[in-house]
Ligand binder design. Structure first.
Ligand code: FES
Ligand code: FES
Length: 160
């Protein structure tokens, strides 16, 4: 398969639609989403799967997209925050984070909202699982206490 400029391309399922993206050697999902499909919620942070800024769902499971080869997710469903926030759980998560002003610069929040939406689909979940899942996310601004307060209220049945 080739793309518009004759470059190799791969057909991906992104947010419920078939989308063709470049599949040159080394093509990574994060840049296909951002640069080719204009989906900007997933962010570049560390680039080495250590910060969670680039988190998306792949077949319903959170995965950092910064080192994920485009061709490795062909045939799988990729879901970004743009689509998740249209569903009830995603909207609830985003609204709660915004209402609690649970951020400083907000750079980390889209990735965190992806993981929290994944948890919200199964809520209530154990607090230990919330902590373990959000442990994959770094917040450079130190907003973790506020983010965790929202997560505890929204995702667990533990008292705030
Ligand atoms: S940019 Fe992907 S985990 Fe940091
Ligand atoms: S609020 Fe700035 S990185 Fe988290």
């Amino acid at each position: 398969m080739t793309g518009p400029a004759g470059a190799p391309a791969t057909d991906l399922a992104v947010n419920g639609q078939r989308r063709a993206v470049s599949d040159v050697p080394g093509a990574l999902l994060l840049w296909a989403l951002r640069d080719e499909l204009g989906l900007l919620a997933a962010k570049y942070g560390c680039g080495v799967e250590q910060c969670g800024a680039c988190m998306v769902l792949v077949d319903g499971t959170p995965r950092p997209s910064c080192r994920l080869a485009v061709r490795s997710v062909a045939g799988q469903e990729v879901t970004t925050l743009e689509a998740l926030r249209q569903e009830p759980e995603g909207k609830r998560v985003v609204d709660a984070l915004v209402a609690a002003n649970a951020a400083q610069c907000g750079y980390c929040l889209p990735g965190i909202a992806v993981t929290m939406t994944w948890l919200a689909r199964r809520a209530p979940v154990a607090w230990a699982e919330v902590v373990r899942s959000l442990d994959d996310h770094l917040c450079r601004c130190g907003s973790h206490p506020r983010i965790l307060r929202v997560a505890r209220q929204l995702l667990t049945d533990a008292p705030p």
